[in-house]
Design a protein around this ligand. Structure first.
Ligand code: ATP
Ligand code: MG
Length: 572
């Protein structure tokens, strides 16, 4: 492709709203243009990288036995009502009506549509298993679209779905898709880990995320090198060692604790450790009120809490509500004697304490020597603890380490959540109707390309990993008025193209400085510069964007040099 014929306009200006380097560099290199918040045009340069990724994804999914199809972006409300998600999905679902006042949404994901398809086409165990995928535009009305393609509102996703007669068959497909993802992210030369994940509003039992490691990642991950355990912090568990026990008392003792509505103040006043206390927080959700008791030194993981309470939403109750329910000012809530309308949840960290200090549900009063069995009413023990770096690994007991990641892929075992709700059944070998077991597998196309830039850039611009580079070779003619330079460059351009290389030929009438700066910015892996000086030195200047070490290569040896770096043809 000749630059003069291409549609590529770089800019030196950083976009005002760009907080991460990939967003900045995609806009500056002419890959991406914002139309509205979280809605972008992929300019030709950006689209080429997306296409390269899509080709890798298609190739590996087909190896895993997935078949491509394409489903509508606009989906009828009825399907979402059938699955129960019309209510559950909340404001991320962009809803609208057609001229007949029928409800529709712009698909944020396609479980409903594909389940509807398969229930119409498939009726027997003989037709199973099936795996289908598409690469398609999704819309999610994200509360905070940001970071360019990382968290857009309109974005491209590869979504795959599998249908099975039994759990073993689902396990097999899940493994095959897991392995396909591994091959995809390896092929993209990304540094990533696979972590255990929360399954969110999609539901289901088991789920893993593929995280590209980057300090700017929105997700926190905990991992243990010893055991191989790795989990999104939303899901991570630990096995806390209990603190030294406090002495047991015959019965709880009320102690005045003026101005001690915080764990810090109470522990100082009573001479105990935060870990020897229980703090109680009152939450409100669509399922009612919950008092959540957790060890005083720890934090509640609200995602786990939302899951264990099976809530659509959950948030801390307002102060007046807490005062009404506990009969005490904020900071003095405790697990003893709560009214019936409040369900008590006890985190495992708190449940492990034999005798502890807690709020008395009386303003400026705490209890000490409290014991669960003896002093506290009905409760449910749960895991709602936010695990932290340094906590013991649930498998090995070694300290967990923390890092940040960008979630580029997410795979789930859905089980029969959707097939049961929507009547997607098949007749088994005995003629019995059964709901199909399902899996679903998402991969963000734009987010993965952006993540590749987060991992591969320097102060001057992008340094593409070869497989995702929009072009693999940048050929620049430095003195477009010098006949020998132009002749050589044109010849090389033809040769490289004929050999199947993906070449961007900078034939613009621009100063060398501009060409070099642009070349660094757009980050094409192999650079070939033809100039009067290089020809005098016996050839063309050859360098890689990754190290920028330049050397002169004879014109008739160039193809072999390029081939040695790039391999064979690489055209999209
Ligand atoms: P997140 O937690 O980041 O919102 P999610 O769990 O909602 O992601 P899934 O529903 O599993 O994401 O979607 C599958 C994949 O689609 C994700 O792994 C991610 O790569 C991509 N994706 C999700 N939301 C966005 C978005 N707003 N912009 C770009 N890509 C996205
Ligand atoms: Mg999301």
């Amino acid at each position: 492709m000749r630059w003069s014929d291409f549609y590529l306009f770089t800019t030196r200006e950083d976009p005002a709203d760009a907080e991460v380097v990939s967003h900045r560099l995609m806009v500056r290199s002419g890959m991406l243009r914002k139309l509205a918040a979280g809605i972008y045009t992929y300019q030709p340069l950006g689209w080429r990288s997306m296409r390269k990724l899509m080709e890798i994804v298609r190739r590996e999914l087909e190896v895993a036995g997935c078949v491509e199809l394409s489903m509508p972006a606009v989906q009828p409300a009825e399907l979402w009502q059938e699955s129960g998600r019309w209510q559950k999905y909340g404001k991320e679902l962009l809803r609208f009506e057609d001229r007949h006042q029928r409800g529709f949404c712009f698909g944020p994901t396609h479980e409903e549509v594909i389940t509807d398809l398969v229930r119409r086409d498939v009726s027997s165990y003989r037709q199973l298993p099936l795996s289908l995928f598409q690469i398609q535009t999704k819309f999610r009305d994200e509360i905070r679209p940001r970071f360019g393609l990382m968290r857009g509102r309109e974005f491209l996703m590869k979504d795959a779905y599998s249908f099975h007669a039994d759990g073993d068959s689902l396990d097999e497909a899940y493994r095959a898709l897991h392995d396909a993802y591994v091959r995809i992210f390896e092929a993209c030369e990304l540094d990533y880990i696979v972590v255990e994940a929360d399954s969110g509003t999609i539901g289901g039992s088991s789920s893993h995320e593929f995280m590209v490691l980057a300090d700017t990642g929105e997700d926190a991950v905990l991992f243990c090198k010893g055991s191989g355990y790795a989990a999104n912090v939303e899901k991570a568990t630990t096995r806390l060692a209990p603190p030294p026990p406090l002495p047991a008392l015959e019965e709880p003792e009320a102690v005045d604790t003026p101005d001690a509505g915080s764990i810090g103040a109470v522990t100082k006043l009573l001479g105990v450790e935060p870990a020897q206390t229980v703090k109680t927080l009152v939450y409100e959700s669509d399922k009612g009120f919950f008092a959540v008791a957790i060890r005083g030194d720890r934090t509640i993981n609200e995602i786990k809490l939302k899951n264990v309470t099976d809530s659509l939403w959950i948030q801390l109750a307002e102060a007046p509500e807490v005062e009404r329910l506990t009969g005490a000012a904020l900071g003095y809530a405790g697990p003893c004697g709560l009214p019936d309308e409040v369900q008590l949840l006890v985190d495992e960290s708190a449940a492990a304490l034999q005798s502890f200090v807690c709020g008395a549900n009386r303003t400026e009063v705490h209890l000490r020597g409290v014991q669960w069995q003896r002093d506290v009413g009905r409760s449910r023990t749960v895991d709602v603890l936010l695990a932290e770096p340094g906590d013991p690994c649930p498998r090995s007991g070694q300290a967990l380490e923390g890092c940040r990641g960008i979630e580029v892929g997410h795979i789930f075992k859905l089980g029969t959540v959707y097939s049961s709700a929507m009547g997607c059944t098949f007749a088994d070998e005995n003629g019995q109707e059964q709901p199909m077991e399902m899996g679903c597998y998402g991969l963000g196309i734009g987010r993965t390309v952006a993540a590749a830039i987060e991992q591969n850039h320097d102060d001057d611009g992008i340094s593409w990993p070869l497989p995702l580079a929009p072009f693999t070779v940048l050929l620049a003619a430095l003195n477009p008025k010098d006949e020998a330079v132009v002749r050589t460059a044109e010849e090389l351009y033809e040769q490289l193209r004929r050999a199947g290389h993906d070449v961007l030929y900078d034939d613009r009438d621009e100063r060398p400085g501009v060409k070099f700066k642009d070349a660094d910015l757009i980050g094409i892996p192999v650079r070939v510069v033809v100039g009067a000086r290089s020809l005098e030195a016996g050839g063309v200047e050859f360098s890689l964007r990754s190290d920028r070490e330049k050397r002169i290569v004879a014109v008739d040896e160039l193809l072999a040099e390029v081939g040695a770096v790039v391999g064979g043809s690489s055209r999209v």
